[in-house]
Design a protein around this ligand. Structure first.
Ligand SMILES: Cc1cc2nc3c(=O)[nH]c(=O)nc-3n(C[C@H](O)[C@H](O)[C@H](O)COP(=O)(O)OP(=O)(O)OC[C@H]3O[C@@H](n4cnc5c(N)ncnc54)[C@H](O)[C@@H]3O)c2cc1C
Length: 281
């Protein structure tokens, strides 16, 4: 049997010191809803577990024109938080589709980012709001735009010595929605998901964000489709064209949940539905 040291720091400084000491051999443990399964199946074999539950990172605040979300904020908290409901409702919509009540009670937003699954449900909502991630290490802090964080399935620019401390979300204008299609309605990984945000001036689109989940190695921002909308009057024909372009930018795969063919068809319909809803057509 292998020995694994367990640490439960109560201060961020202590946590990052432990990560600096143990480096690649350490695993950060938050709610454990992904990590414990990986440990049980020996997919990872850390010699040190650094539990973040004692760091008081479960908070949502408004500061300087943005929302500041602690990485330890549970999905259940996001669902019931007044600030999130009023100012970032697309995140609450995504949270409502996450797992089951039991999973949402333990799972954290930082863990969703740390797992870096192309199907992570919090990620498209954070991407349409141009969120920034604050990473902390023993050397200090750095801020990474969420667009630059993911490098592949399960891979990010975070080093072994860093933890995700906070998520900063500018209070951008416009309306945003999240939609998810799975093989059933709950406790399910997405076949395809999307978040879109449009800033409209009358019927004309001033700014747009379109993000697809489960359609590429990382959650995908569809910049060519976004460009098609900017400065244009949004009608049903443009929505259909734009949804097709968004999916054309993706690289869906066949897997146990769906074929690439089905993902492309369903993704086009899902993006079109989301765009029509936010454009009010
Ligand atoms: C039954 C079930 C249903 C699920 N349903 C969904 C779903 O519908 N949608 C969805 O998106 N996910 C789902 N998941 C996956 C999981 O719940 C989420 O990814 C969750 O957000 C992970 O958070 P956690 O706190 O449990 O992370 P953990 O399991 O503790 O950690 C996950 C990863 O992130 C790293 N990590 C955690 N916190 C930090 C941090 N602050 N800094 C750096 N690294 C960190 C860990 O080292 C690990 O690599 C489901 C899981 C289960 C078991």
């Amino acid at each position: 049997m292998r020995e694994v040291s367990y640490f439960a720091p109560t201060e961020v400084g202590e946590a990052v010191k432990l990560l600096a000491q143990h480096g690649e051999k350490a695993a950060v443990l938050a709610g454990g809803t992904d990590l414990v399964a990986q440990l049980n199946y020996y997919e990872i074999k850390p010699s040190a577990l650094v539990y973040l539950g004692g760091l008081d990172l479960d908070y949502v605040r408004e500061e300087g024109g943005k929302l500041v979300i602690g990485a330890g904020t549970t999905i259940a908290h996001l669902l019931t938080d007044d600030l999130i409901a009023q100012k970032f409702s697309v995140l609450a919509e995504a949270a409502a589709t996450h797992g089951s009540p039991a999973i949402r009670t333990k799972a954290t937003i930082g863990g969703n980012l740390g797992t870096a699954s192309p199907a992570g449900d919090m990620i498209p909502a954070l991407m349409v709001m141009d969120a920034d991630l604050v990473l902390a290490s023993s050397k200090g802090q750095r801020t990474v735009p969420i667009q630059e964080f993911f490098t592949g399935p399960g891979e990010t620019v975070r080093t072994a010595e860093e933890l995700i401390l906070e998520i900063h979300v500018p209070l951008l204008k416009g309306k945003a929605v999240f939609k998810k299609l799975g093989r059933r309605k709950a406790q399910v990984c997405s076949i395809v998901s999307t978040a879109v945000r449009l800033e409209m001036d009358g019927g004309v689109c001033k700014d747009a964000r379109i993000v697809l989940g489960s359609m590429a190695p990382t959650p995908l921002r569809c910049s060519k489709a976004e460009a098609m909308l900017k400065g244009k009057a949004v009608d049903a024909a443009l929505v259909a064209e734009c949804a097709a372009q968004a999916v054309a930018e993706s690289t869906p795969i066949d897997d146990q949940r769906a074929t690439a063919w089905y993902r492309a068809k369903a993704g086009t319909a899902l993006v079109a539905r989301a765009l029509a809803e936010v454009a009010g057509i």
